[in-house]
Design a protein around this ligand. Structure first.
Ligand code: SF4
Length: 334
C-alpha cells in the first residue's frame, strides 16, 4: 500500500478583512479534503481565482492573515513525522522548509540574486541549511546539476547571462538540491514558450523519479498536467468538484465543469482553442448558493441553486460533486 504524505481534511481557508468596521470574508478554500500519496504527482487545476494558489499556501503551511484557516487540518506524514501544516512553529518551518518540503514559486526565475554567480547563490542556500564550506557546496552543486543534465558552465554565470528557460531550470534545481520529499510547484511553466516548457517538465519528471519525491503541481494548463500528473483535482470557486487519475479526467470527465474545461482545450488538428466556458467564476465573498457552478451550468436542475451537491464516489479513485451523478451512483450501488 502506498503511504499518504499529505492529507487535507475538511479544510476551510478564508481571507478575512475588516475595513471601516465592515468585515469581508472571501471563501477561497471551502471544505476541501484531499489525500496525496508518496511518490505521485498530484495536479490541481481550475480557472484563475478558483483557490488553487490559496490551497497551495495552506498545504505548504506558509500563510498569514488575512488568510486564516477557519476549520480543518493539513497533516504531513513522512520520515516518522506527523505534523499539522496549519500549526507549524517557526522552528518547525526552519526544520522542514527546503529539506523536507520545498516550493517552486510562480515566476521563480526572479528569485536568483542578479549580482551573485549561480554557484554563490547555491552556496548561500546550501550552507544556511547544511553548514557546508564553499568547496563542499560547490561539489554538491556540480554533482546535482550534472545529474540533472544542466551544463556545468551555468555555475559560473550570472542570472542575466542565462535564458529564461535555463534560469527556471536552475531555480528548480536550487529548490530541490536538498532532496525534499514533498515539492510544491506553482505554475512552473508559465511564461515559457512550448519548447522550453518541455525541458522544464522533463526536469521535474527526472527529479521526481530520482528521489521518488511527491510533487503537488498547480497550473491552469491541462496540457502540463497531462504530461506530468498522475492524478488531478479540479477546483471551482473554492471547492473540489472532481478528482481522478489524469487519464480518467482527460478521457471521461464526469462533472459538467471538468467537461467544459476539457472541451475548451484545442485538439492536435485544430489551430485555435475552442470556445471557452460561458460566464465568469463567481466572487468568493458572496459565492452562489447550492452548487457554485449553477449560474454557468447549462445542465442545472432546480435543486442546483439551493442544495450543495455532495462529493460522490463514482468508481475507486474517481469522485465528483454534481447532483446529476447521484442516479449513476445509486444505479451502480443497486
Ligand atoms: Fe451543474 Fe447542478 Fe451538477 Fe452543479 S450540481 S454541475 S449546477 S448539474
Amino acid at each position: 500500500m502506498v503511504d499518504t504524505i499529505v492529507k487535507a481534511e475538511a479544510l476551510k481557508a478564508y481571507y478575512i478583512t475588516k475595513a471601516y468596521g465592515v468585515e469581508r470574508t472571501v471563501k477561497a478554500v471551502d471544505d476541501i479534503s484531499i489525500e496525496i500519496k508518496t511518490g505521485e504527482v498530484y495536479g490541481l487545476a481550475g480557472e484563475s481565482g478558483c483557490g488553487k494558489s490559496t490551497l497551495l499556501k495552506v498545504l505548504l503551511g506558509d500563510f498569514q492573515p488575512p488568510l486564516t484557516v477557519v476549520e480543518g487540518s493539513v497533516s504531513y506524514q513522512f520520515e516518522g513525522m506527523s505534523k499539522d501544516a496549519t500549526k507549524l512553529s517557526e522552528q518547525d518551518k526552519r526544520d522542514i522548509r527546503w529539506n523536507k518540503v520545498s516550493y517552486i514559486p510562480q515566476g521563480s526565475m526572479h528569485v536568483l540574486n542578479p549580482v551573485r554567480r549561480i554557484q554563490d547563490t547555491f552556496h548561500d542556500f546550501i550552507t544556511t541549511h547544511k553548514g557546508t564550506t564553499k568547496p563542499q557546496s560547490f561539489e554538491m552543486t556540480q554533482a546535482y546539476l550534472r545529474d540533472l543534465g544542466l551544463p556545468e558552465k551555468v555555475m559560473r554565470s550570472y542570472p542575466h547571462q542565462l535564458s529564461g528557460g535555463m534560469k527556471q531550470r536552475v531555480t528548480i534545481a536550487l529548490a530541490t538540491i536538498l532532496y525534499p520529499k514533498l515539492i510544491f510547484a506553482d505554475e512552473p511553466t508559465t511564461a515559457l514558450d512550448v519548447v522550453v516548457q518541455r525541458g522544464v517538465i522533463q526536469l521535474l519528471k527526472d527529479i521526481q523519479k530520482k528521489e521518488n519525491s511527491t510533487v503537488v503541481l498547480i497550473t491552469h494548463d491541462l496540457g502540463v498536467h497531462a504530461n506530468l500528473a498522475d492524478r488531478i483535482g479540479i477546483l471551482y470557486a473554492g471547492k473540489l468538484v472532481e478528482e481522478a487519475s489524469t487519464r480518467t479526467i482527460l478521457k471521461t470527465p464526469k462533472h459538467p465543469y471538468t467537461q467544459f474545461l476539457i472541451n475548451s482545450l484545442p485538439s492536435f488538428d485544430e489551430r485555435s482553442a475552442k470556445e471557452g466556458i460561458p460566464g465568469r467564476p463567481p466572487a468568493l465573498d458572496h459565492p452562489p448558493s447550492g452548487c457554485r457552478f449553477h449560474p454557468r451550468c447549462p445542465l442545472a436542475i432546480e435543486k442546483c441553486s439551493t442544495v450543495e451537491p455532495p462529493m460522490l464516489e463514482l468508481a475507486p479513485g474517481h469522485r465528483a460533486a454534481c447532483h446529476l451523478l447521484t442516479d449513476e451512483v445509486n444505479h451502480a450501488a443497486g
